[in-house]
Write a protein that binds this ligand. Sequence first.
Ligand SMILES: Nc1ccccc1C(=O)C[C@H](N)C(=O)O
Ligand SMILES: [Zn+2]
Ligand SMILES: [Zn+2]
Length: 206
Amino acid sequence: MKIIDISRRLENGMPVWPGDTPFHYEVSWSKAESGSVNVGSLSLSAHTGTHVDAPFHFDDAGKRIIELDLELYIGPARVLDMTGKDSIGAKDLENVDLEGIQRVLFRTLSWKNDAEFPEKIPHLEADLGPFLAKSGIRLIGVDVPSVDPIDSKDLHAHHSLNENGIHILESVLLDEVEPGDYELIALPLPLVEGDGSPVRAILRPI
Ligand SMILES: Nc1ccccc1C(=O)C[C@H](N)C(=O)O
Ligand SMILES: [Zn+2]
Ligand SMILES: [Zn+2]
């Protein structure tokens, strides 16, 4: 069965959120040293590459990664074309049929140069959380590093989605993905205290 990998590659030098921990992998215990195996070590922000946010990321009382329902991250998802928009609100979904859909991925294609962190991204508007919740959506994915503007401090969209029971998947790679229906798998690691977790996100056509 065809698998479309929608995960950003994790490699040294990759762009990360301004000021956040750089991604670093190294073989810290080489085969020559250990006598049997290469052993790597990682250092990274929980919000590196394609990842999910736990509510604790923006709410001290919010759920940690381990507490999130895994069923959110496996199942049918609809990829919607949102190219050319500066922001995405309820008005952009008025004519979209979301009947029976619990997961949506917004394909903005606005992150053009993946060697650099984007300075400006389309963000989600205040009316989107309530609108999506009413349609039964539980997970939203975006192909940019945040659902809020990069310079946002109040993280209005993060809070609004959370208040409406909608979970967040960020920095998926949708360049090669046609709008339509797929099965999504994007499981977070079992991080007991995590405020976020990298995921290996894939789509399979259905
Ligand atoms: N890593 C950061 C460092 C400082 C300020 C924000 C972030 C973020 O990660 C925000 C982004 N909306 C995120 O959830 O990935
Ligand atoms: Zn995040
Ligand atoms: Zn976020």
